[in-house]
Design a protein around this ligand. Structure first.
Ligand SMILES: [Zn+2]
Ligand SMILES: [Zn+2]
Length: 459
């Protein structure tokens, strides 16, 4: 399997540190608001990637932090005249509710920043001791110039990074890119005790601490998140972790592209936000996930209601086809990558930097095939081929977590269909059409082929 590694700027063969095991860290939410569909993209992409790793037989440890103290949370609390804890609690719960609606598997660990303060203080202490950090009037800062590899993830030098960066003016900092490890508390702000004074941790330090603590290793296999986290967040994580441990922090860095609205990045400041919960009200998790996976994870993805509606129509195709296949009497078959060229091509696509649009295209090519085959006489050969195809579609949809639930039609409806078929043979078409109407009212469509009819529950 090859994945594109932001650190090297190349597609690389994925080799985990420990055979058969993968440690994975994905940057999590800052809980001061409901998350939007742009935030949902990395959650869905990397949840699906995690599922794929498991399909490939890896044991995966998946860690995702929850930033539950931060300027945005504190400001929201002020605005709402409440405490930062109440704000964080409300939106942490909302986050878990929303990921459940999107059928995102819970991370193995979801550590909260406020519960890891002791470890963060310890890491800051090490960085001070090793000379990578210094104390000024408003906090403890990391000195980027002390870390010679600073900029390696962005593939830029410190001066180049500085030009493009928006940094707060602080004349006590040695370099404008130096970032806070510990922020001293201002009047009325929440704080924790530390050897350097009352305050709270900076944002970046939590990921360095949690990555090590919950995977149990200085070096992990995969660290993932949105492309906007590359700099400064991930660059700073690398600096902190590698300065402290002297070891490589992460072997593979994976970053997903933006979700755009009419070509513009979805963001709070532009005000073009679509919340994930607005979308889950209208579409199933499978449709939303298929929408997210319809673009390559590194490419931008344009969200419009028309686009997701188109995906729903495509999803319907999978849903209807699987219902038809379920109604065909078939032998029980098994498929393997060695024997099934469909599955092999599908896996090859995913092995090539998780190319989900190509994988989806393979599913739809097979569906086209079903449509041709069910028109034909049901010879043993055709029936066997349909059995193989059904297995393939189910397996692929499971891997991408877009498998619709397929139920057999109600006995009552099947009886109606049989009655109708008899009436049609007797050329009693008016009566037959009446029954068709009745079936439609019950939520089913009839698909008539040359040899038989199928019942399809409408989406
Ligand atoms: Zn991160
Ligand atoms: Zn992070």
């Amino acid at each position: 399997m090859k994945i594109y590694n932001t650190l090297t700027g190349k597609k690389e063969e994925f080799v985990p540190i420990n055979d058969g095991k993968v440690t994975m860290y994905v940057c999590g939410p800052t809980v001061y608001n409901y998350f939007h569909i742009g935030n949902a993209r990395p959650f869905i992409v990397f949840d699906t990637f995690r599922n794929y790793l498991k399909y490939k037989g890896f044991e995966v440890i998946y860690v995702q932090n929850i930033t539950d103290v931060d300027d945005k949370i504190i400001n929201k609390a002020k605005e709402k005249n409440t405490t930062f804890e109440k704000v964080a609690e409300k939106y942490t719960k909302a986050y878990f509710d929303d990921i459940e609606k999107l059928k995102i598997e819970k991370p193995d660990k979801s550590p909260k920043a406020t519960e890891e303060i002791k470890e963060m203080i310890e890491l800051i202490r090490v960085l001070l001791e090793k000379g990578y950090a210094y104390i000024i009037k408003d906090g403890v800062y990391f000195s980027v110039e002390k870390f010679t590899d600073y900029g390696k993830l962005s593939n830029k030098k410190i001066d180049e990074l500085r030009e493009g960066a928006r940094v707060e003016i602080n004349d006590q900092k040695k370099n404008p890119l130096d970032f806070a490890l510990w922020k001293f508390a201002k009047e009325g702000e929440p704080y924790w005790e530390s050897p350097w004074g009352k305050g709270r941790p900076g944002w970046h330090i939590e990921c360095s601490v949690m990555s090590k603590k919950y995977t149990g290793a200085d070096t992990i296999d995969i660290h993932a998140g949105g492309i906007d986290l590359t700099f400064p967040h991930h660059e700073n994580e690398i600096a902190q972790s590698e300065a402290a441990s002297g070891k490589k922090f992460v072997n593979y860095w994976m970053h997903n592209g933006y979700v755009n609205i009419k070509g513009e990045k979805m963001s709070k400041s532009i005000g073009n936000i679509i919340l994930a919960r607005e979308v889950t009200e209208k579409y199933s998790a499978e449709v939303i996930r298929m929408f997210i996976l319809s673009a390559h994870y590194r490419s931008p993805l344009d969200f419009t209601w028309e686009n997701i509606e188109k995906i729903k129509q495509a999803f319907k195709d999978i849903y209807y086809t699987l219902q038809i296949l379920k109604q065909v009497e078939k032998p029980d078959v098994k498929i393997t990558i060695e024997e099934s060229s469909y599955l092999k091509n599908f896996i090859d696509a995913l092995d090539d930097d998780f190319n989900t649009p190509e994988a989806l295209a393979i599913i739809f090519n097979i569906i086209k095939l079903v449509k041709e085959q069910i028109k034909k006489e049901f010879t043993n050969e055709i029936v066997y081929s349909l059995a193989i195809i059904e297995k393939n579609i189910i397996e692929m949809c499971k891997i991408l977590k877009i498998l619709p639930e397929i139920k057999k039609p109600d006995e009552k409806i099947i009886k109606l269909m049989d009655e109708r078929n008899i009436l049609r043979k007797e050329k009693k078409f008016i009566e037959a059409d009446k029954i068709k109407e009745e079936i439609k009212k019950a939520g089913y469509i009839l698909e008539d082929t040359k040899t038989r009819s199928f019942l399809i529950h409408e989406l």
